[in-house]
Design a protein around this ligand. Sequence first.
Ligand code: PGA
Length: 254
Amino acid sequence: MPQDRRPLIAGNWKMNGLTSDGLSLAEALAQNMKAETDPVFDMCVCPPFTLVAGVGEALADSAIALGAQDCHAQEKGAHTGDISTAMLSDLGCSFIIVGHSERRADHGETDGEVKAKAAATQASGLTAIICIGETEEQRDAGQTFEVVKTQLSGSLPDGAAATNTVIAYEPVWAIGTGRTPSLDEVQEVHALIRAELTKALGEVQADGIRLLYGGSMKPENARDLIALADVDGGLIGGASLKAEDFWAIAQSCV
Ligand code: PGA
């Protein structure tokens, strides 16, 4: 199986950061990245909407990509308070997280809505980071594989390809809790996702799509997680808010 996938370290700042904190964090990361002569990983930060433009400027001459945490599925129109993929592209975003479990829980987003958002992201020429993952109850009931398969097939747009799609497996019970599945458990779900992608999109695309693990990834566990055969990086929440920790996670790819 070809394994030339470049690790992606993506930071999800969630609803955190006022201007000065956000810009200092972005500037610190940009400086680290500029000092890296030949990075072996890609890095992306997804600040809240209020900071997308400013963080974009702070990252402008670094190799760190800009992302956002959500989007609307429509291009424009009467959707008060929403943000379109074209607007995010206009600010320099190249990634958009869609279907994060916090949006599925807080806003009742369904797989169908996530799929429409991912399709809109791809139609704007950006890469969708599609999040899937089981709750603790679902894991305890032995439903992890079924839940992950259903969310994946329901959230994956028809035009998904290695160039416009990243999948983040984030067990809901691992997010922000300090708990993670065992390495074997992470690898078995990632292998399942890869196998499902192969069925849906064919081997070439499935082999190229990066699968991120998310949920309490930190400098202490990142190296072992990222070393797993089907883990191609991380989607990091809490630890992405500290430049030192986020950078240390990226260094585990080296
Ligand atoms: P966490 O969040 O790293 O704080 O667990 C990950 C995520 O929700 O993307």
